[in-house]
Design a protein around this ligand. Structure first.
Ligand code: GLY
Length: 367
């Protein structure tokens, strides 16, 4: 079998398939250079449970539940530290308006049965004393964790290669170049050109800061903030790095704009004033693979026998890596063809009737 794309999703699929004894070739001229290079690595099915995305939330929750085992197995297989951390996520509102907006979402998340624990301001500060005194309130998503995507991808590559997968550092311009019994397209935004699937780039600009003095950042939780109407997240790493993200823009360039840097930094420093003293070490932009319903596209293409999609992960590529790999490997080996988890995410959900057929039905309705 062949996998097109050596980001986390493609490499994890290759690993799982090679573990099952399949001969696997992965094609990518620049492994790990796509969205995962920019991603912060939040494993956040609770904080990312948004109105109108119930089925996606179910898949995020399922995959997050697989992360502890996945991380342990990957570390066992490679000896790599992938920066998996389980301190949880604090969701905070800076102003009264921010808190009102955040509370609506927390109530929705609680209504889904997700673990969101509102905190009094004193409890918030006990957990993170570095938060600005004017932060009005917050809640804990104790099960939302993080991993470092820039450590994850090399580890997955080692695991896949140790299991027998072969990485070929060459591009695939069209699927006819690939001869394999099954071909998985895990090429992020590149899946659109290869398959015609409705995958669009959604730009995200991200900053990386570094704590002064070589020590760890002065906070431990992932922070998701509402700050004067801006949405920002702050991800602390043991190395001293803090990832600050992210814009969400319907654009396909990867330019970094002064305005975006200004807004992200202002929101970050409003929530955690000490960040003003950190070094600004990187500004970067990447392209998330979005879809019409912002949920991934997983499974066989209806009109391309032997081709499966594993793309469209949008804001959730890292958290969805374990479940995507398990589901696609299950499809390829025939173990998981009736897997109910897959049903909402199949590629054929975007197949519509032709415009002519729609028109004649409408005409019938009026006659
Ligand atoms: N998952 C966070 C982002 O896409 O910015």
């Amino acid at each position: 079998m062949a996998v097109v794309g050596a980001g986390p999703v493609g490499l994890a699929i290759a690993w799982r398939c090679a573990q099952r004894g399949l001969r696997v070739v992965v094609r990518d001229p620049a492994p790990g250079s796509g969205a995962s290079h920019v991603a912060a690595g939040m494993l956040a099915p609770v904080a990312e449970a948004y109105f109108g995305e119930r089925e996606l939330t179910g898949l995020l929750t399922e995959s997050a539940g697989r992360w502890p085992g996945f991380a342990a197995e990957l570390t066992e297989a490679t000896g790599a530290d992938i920066g998996y951390r389980t301190e949880g996520t604090l969701m905070v509102g800076l102003t009264a308006d921010d808190l009102a907006e955040a509370r609506r979402l927390w109530a929705y998340q609680q209504g889904l049965g997700l673990p969101v624990t509102p905190l009094r301001p004193s409890q918030l500060r006990e957990r993170e004393p570095a938060l600005a005194p004017r932060v009005r309130g917050g809640a804990l998503a104790a099960t939302d964790h993080q991993v470092d995507p820039r450590r994850l991808v090399p580890a997955l590559r080692v695991a896949a290669e140790r299991a027998g997968a072969v990485l070929v550092p060459e591009p695939v311009r069209q699927l006819s170049e690939v001869t394999a019994g099954a071909t998985v397209v895990a090429a992020g935004c590149g899946a659109a050109a290869l398959t015609g699937l409705p995958v669009r780039p959604v730009k995200g600009q991200v900053l990386r800061l570094r704590a002064p003095g070589g020590g760890p950042p002065g906070f431990r939780h992932v922070i998701r903030g509402y700050a004067d109407g801006e949405h920002v997240y702050l991800v602390p790493r043991d190395s001293g790095e803090v990832v600050v993200g992210a814009t969400v823009e319907e654009r396909s360039d990867v330019d970094v704009s002064a305005g975006a840097v200004l807004r992200l930094l202002r929101a970050a420093v409003d929530l955690l004033p000490e960040l003003a003293e950190y070094d600004l070490v990187e500004t970067v932009a990447g392209l998330r693979p979005g879809t019409p319903d912002n949920a991934p596209i997983l499974g066989p293409l209806p009109d391309r026998p032997g081709v499966l999609a594993a793309t469209g992960h949008h804001r959730h590529g890292i958290v969805l890596t374990p479940v995507t790999a398990d589901l696609i490997a299950g499809l390829i080996t025939g173990e998981g063809t009736t897997e109910p988890l897959l049903a909402p995410f199949r590629p054929d959900r975007f197949h519509t009737h032709s415009a002519g057929a729609e028109q004649s039905r409408e005409d019938d309705a009026w006659n």
